[in-house]
Design a binder for this molecule. Sequence first.
Ligand code: SAM
Length: 374
Amino acid sequence: MVWVKSLRVQSPFRTPSRLVHNAVQQIGNRPPSVFEIRSSPNKGLGVFATKEIPRDGLIMRDPLVFRIEHGEDPVQRYLRFTMLPGTTQRAILGLAARQNAKESLAVAKKVRVALGENDWDLVTKIRHFLFEDKKLADDIAKVVHLEDVITTNAHGIYPDNNSVGGLFLNAARINHSCIPNAEPKLSTDDEDKVLRANRDIEAGEEITASYIVHIQPRKARQKLLSLDGWDFTCKCPACDTSHPFSHSHEQRLQAFDRLCLDSDMDGKNVDLKHGGAWSYAALEQAADKTQGRIELLDGHHSLRNFSRQLYLRAFGIAIAKYRMRRLRSDLEDTIKCLEVVIESDKDWYGENHIITRHHKEHYDRLQRGEMSGV
Ligand SMILES: C[S@@+](CC[C@H](N)C(=O)[O-])C[C@H]1O[C@@H](n2cnc3c(N)ncnc32)[C@H](O)[C@@H]1O
């Protein structure tokens, strides 16, 4: 048993009682009130709305059941997994697993090295303690299965930078769409996965989220979904070229891409605060292009969230313009952009986060007509 203790020291649960509590809560929960999990054509299981959910409405608050640590090898991870309650282990192993034989084989090789070739002592201990001395091949298959489940289902944890991600039993059933109707809320004080609607959702509709940065044309998205470990062909309306919606959405994303390539400010390290080497006319042009990009994103519910960075950019450009000419209209633009940025700060980080507070201070100073420190 000594080795188990030392393994715990190497890779402890940060809050074991909470994780166990979460898992028990999850398993013993009443049926969720706004969604159900059922079959989704061509995609295995999926999550469906059982009643209307308004835009911004809460879809789920799903507890973390297993944390994925940085730098942990698959065997260590499996050992930690076996310390979860049996019901949670079974629920996790029942999640969808990757079908990519090549990748599974690569993991199996890694596991074999960890189990067999480097440390015979560890093999013996694992076989006796965890696997009741079954064949090594069985042991490897179990570890590989867990890795496959993790690759297919893990979600990011915000704002935790120490973990790679985590498993959430309900959120794991959410299928991908390049035009998702749900988004994770990032500013949670705890580790629950909180999802909410980014548009009104009707009863019976499938709830989808995006597994990738979907603000790119179809070809680029499909490459990510097929090669980036996801290994599936996306069947969402934006990817299905026979769907009437697919063409207009593709045009929007291509127009966005073109404006990015066109934008004079991109890729150059411009000190916007002081206008850098930019003339007022060049700043005006950059402001127009940024505005064009914002309009393209704000025009679709699934892209709106990406416009935050552009509002920040527009804010920087407006300030640079104001510094040059002190025009009231530029100051008004600055204030308008900052209002949007602060609203999204609250969403992303929360009301009291240092970034939200920092932007609010700027805002108050600008309202008072003070430019120092802005
Ligand atoms: C996190 S799981 C989602 C839940 C899964 N459908 C299930 O049955 O548990 C991810 C897997 O679902 C399938 N999937 C998700 N979104 C899809 C999509 N847009 N098109 C096709 N398959 C999809 C893929 O097999 C993918 O590896």
